[in-house]
Design a protein around this ligand. Structure first.
Ligand code: DX5
Ligand code: ZN
Length: 223
C-alpha cells in the first residue's frame, strides 16, 4: 500500500503560499486547515483562499474542515475542485448525507475524529468514506505533541478496513515527526499530515523523504 505525506500549510509562510507550495513538490497532497474560531479557537482561511490555492497548487488539496456546520459549508470546497474534503464527526449533523454529497460532487469524503471521540460507532460507516482522520492532537494549533493514546482507534480502524476490503485511507494529523510517524504507521496509518516538521525543516524535500522512509519501515498495517 502506498504511503502518503501531506504537509500542512498551517506551518507555511502565509504571505508566500505559492513559493511554499513549490518547496513540497515531492509530497503527495497539500493539507489545508480550515478553522472558524468556533469549532476550534483558532481562525485560518476559507473558501476564497482554497479556490485560489486550487489554481496554483501543483499537488491536489486535502481540505481539513475544523468548522461548525460542515453540512452547510463543506460542499463548496468540493465544488471548487478540492481532491479531498474532511469534516469533523463532532460537528456534522448528518455525516452520511454529507459524505454522499461530497462524493457526488467529485471529491473524496473524509471523516475526522477528535482525540476524545470514540471510533466504534463510525466503523459501520466506512463504506461511505474515502478517508478517516484520527486527530493525534486536539485540533486548533500546529506544533503540539503527538498523543499516542489515540493509537487504539487507528488499530480498530485498520482492522475494520482490512476485513472490509475497502480502500479507505487512514490519516493522522498532529505532532507527526520522523519519530512519531513510526508509531502511527505501526498502528495502521497510511496518510500522514505534517506541518511544523516539514515547513520547519531547512530542507522540506529531505524531511519528506525522511518521513516517508520512517513510515515505510513500520508499515505493518498493509503487509
Ligand atoms: C491542527 C491541524 C494540523 C496542524 C498540524 O489542528 O489540523 O493539520 O497543521 O501541525 P503539526 O504537524 O505542527 O502538529
Ligand atoms: Zn489538519
Amino acid at each position: 500500500m502506498p504511503i502518503r505525506i501531506n504537509p500542512s500549510i498551517l506551518a507555511a509562510d502565509f504571505a508566500n503560499f505559492e513559493h511554499e507550495l513549490g518547496r513540497i513538490r515531492t509530497a503527495d497532497l497539500v493539507h489545508v486547515d480550515i478553522m472558524d474560531n468556533h469549532f476550534v479557537p483558532n481562525l485560518t482561511f476559507g473558501l476564497a483562499m482554497v479556490d485560489r490555492l486550487q489554481q496554483v497548487s501543483p499537488l491536489p488539496l486535502d481540505i481539513h474542515l475544523m468548522i461548525d456546520d460542515p453540512d452547510r459549508w463543506a460542499p463548496g470546497y468540493a465544488e471548487v475542485g478540492a481532491y479531498s474534503v474532511t469534516f469533523h464527526a463532532e460537528a456534522a449533523t448528518d455525516a452520511v448525507a454529507l459524505a454522499r454529497r461530497l462524493r457526488s460532487i467529485g471529491a473524496r469524503a473524509g471523516l475526522a475524529l477528535n482525540p476524545g471521540t470514540p471510533v466504534k460507532q463510525y466503523l459501520d460507516l466506512l463504506p461511505e468514506f474515502d478517508q478517516v482522520l484520527v486527530m493525534t492532537v486536539e485540533p486548533g494549533f500546529g506544533g503540539q505533541s503527538f498523543m499516542a493514546s489515540t493509537m487504539p482507534k487507528l488499530e480498530a480502524l485498520s482492522a475494520a478496513v482490512k476485513s472490509s476490503g475497502l480502500d479507505v485511507w487512514l490519516q493522522v494529523d498532529g505532532g507527526i515527526t520522523a519519530q512519531t510517524i513510526e508509531i502511527a504507521a505501526a498502528a495502521g496509518a497510511d496518510t500522514f499530515v505534517a506541518g511544523s516538521s516539514v515547513f520547519g525543516a531547512d530542507d522540506p524535500t529531505e524531511q519528506i523523504a525522511l518521513l516517508r522512509a520512517a513510515a515505510a519501515r513500520h508499515d505493518h498495517g498493509h503487509e
